[in-house]
Design a protein around this ligand. Structure first.
Ligand code: GTP
Ligand code: MG
Length: 138
């Protein structure tokens, strides 16, 4: 059974949307097998998003991710990586399908409420970035 890493971003925790977003995952059949609320340092945000280091929005992205609490979660289910990305919707809320998290809640392409791993391999790396095996309870 597949697992993926989800982050509820600072724009969403600030607006008390943690529960509504978690409900979307659970309604889609994804099980939350680990979860914690943390405040990332700028350095931790830079490390997490290092694949985007050359992108023009890297500074804006990492400042934003360190601007307030995030809720990091491990979601488990059949095809969890793709299923999570379907529930999230497109990166830019203007392109996100109706009913998706980003269509309903995201404020902009940068402040887009959620992160989800993009492949099983990156999911494994991203889960290990935040959680030890002992913290995952299936
Ligand atoms: P993640 O699940 O967060 O990885 O989103 P994604 O896979 O849909 O998008 P991508 O990996 O291409 O970009 C990572 C994150 O960078 C996005 O979720 C946005 O928060 C941010 N981002 C992408 N494009 C832009 C942009 O043009 N401007 C700003 N400010 N942020 C951007
Ligand atoms: Mg991505």
């Amino acid at each position: 059974i597949e697992r993926t890493l989800s982050i509820i971003k600072p724009d969403a925790t600030r607006r008390n949307l943690t529960g509504k977003i978690a409900a979307k995952f659970e309604e889609a059949g994804l099980r939350i097998v680990a979860q914690k609320r943390i405040l990332l340092t700028r350095a931790q945000a830079e490390k997490f998003y290092e694949v985007h280091a050359a992108r023009p929005f890297f500074g804006e992205l990492t400042d934003f991710m360190a601007s307030g609490p995030v809720v990091v979660q491990v979601l488990e289910g059949e095809g969890a990586v793709l299923k999570n990305r379907e529930v999230m919707g497109a990166t830019n809320p203007k392109d996100a399908a109706p009913g998706t998290i980003r269509a309903e809640f995201a404020e902009s392409v940068g402040e887009n409420s959620v992160h989800g791993s993009d492949a099983p391999e990156t999911a494994a790396q991203e889960i290990a970035f935040f959680f030890s095996g002992l913290e995952l309870v299936g």
